[in-house]
Design a protein around this ligand. Sequence first.
Ligand SMILES: *Cc1c(COP(=O)(O)O)cnc(C)c1O
Length: 401
Amino acid sequence: MRTFPDAKAVARTLRPDEPVILNRPHAARRAAEFFVGKFPGKVLYAVKANPAPDLIEVLWDAGVTHYDVASIAEVRLVRAALPDAVLCFMHPIKTPSAIREAYHQHGVKTFSLDTIEELEKIVEACRDPETGEPAHDLRLCVRLRVSSEYSELSLASKFGCDLTDAPALLQQVRQHCDWLGVCFHVGSQAMTPFAFVQALDRTRAAIAEASVVIDMIDVGGGFPSIYPGMEPPPLEDYFAIIHHHFYALPIAYNAELWCEPGRALCAEYSSMIVKVEKRRGNELFINDGAYGALYDAAHVAWRFPVAALEDDLRDAAEDFAFYGPTCDDADYMAGPFSLPGDIQAGDYIEIGMLGAYGAAMKTGFNGFGNAEKVVVTDEPMMSCFTGERDRPASDNVVNLR
Ligand SMILES: *Cc1c(COP(=O)(O)O)cnc(C)c1O
């Protein structure tokens, strides 16, 4: 990958007709070092947020040894990039062949589940194919359903065992493994640490009712990044509250605490340069959109930071909306995106904070899938990790919406 000082240098040098992804390995490394250094437990990277092998290697070098994988393709991908990584298959619905290959060929021991059927599937698929003996080294993790009310993107309705069913499932699972965990996901971009308090309260209720020994609590992902209009409290607040409530749980004295950030580890890793193809009033037709790295901008009206890359724009900032390049009406991004009023066709724009669920989600729909990737060495457009977000303790209030 070629290296440039910043987006302006890329635009000036390449004058690209296709979008260009700008990667910032130093930003991903900084995020990983922050989590590994400050989270009071083990940090797994949720690979689905951005499965780029370059990124995975940066995270590994920064001390992330465990990876949350959601499909057999992710198992193969991370195993190929990192032969020594610990892979944890945390999608609660897996095919028997995916479980079999993960366990027998890639050394995956940790699986999550939220039903008895999935437990039976895992136990069957991991038997010794010769002797039929059940596996003795499974590490199983029961996924609880928790509220998503404090997060920007809900993950509450699909997965997770209800609190009423959790005690019986925990007791069943305990009979098939020597290491039993409980996991949950509070939803992505949780804007207050209180989201984790509710989830840990629910976890406490389930464990108390089941009266089984719990070896691990996995608080999942949901740790926020920073976007225009979405400035979360410092991540240290999240870590402190989780630590505090973890110690109050009725669990084994040596129980482990895990987290599985996706977004927070990689949001700052990538931005993208797009070209304005046409201007119609305050609507800009750009060359990437809903089927590219801007899925969230179109479908959940996520506001990403933007910056014009031409030096000759003089007018004050105005609000713009974007259209992507495909013929689909859904390829529209309301923003608003604030750019100089005299921006015009042919100009380039940098769109920031696309490392999580952005750069990784480009499709080839309508033939618009290409994007060259380069490395840039400047700072991301926004950051949770540059120290600017440190606030005095007196200001560390939890905002309840
Ligand atoms: C998506 C996902 C994550 C990562 O979530 P973020 O909000 O990106 O931190 C973690 N764990 C599981 C099981 C997931 O499905």
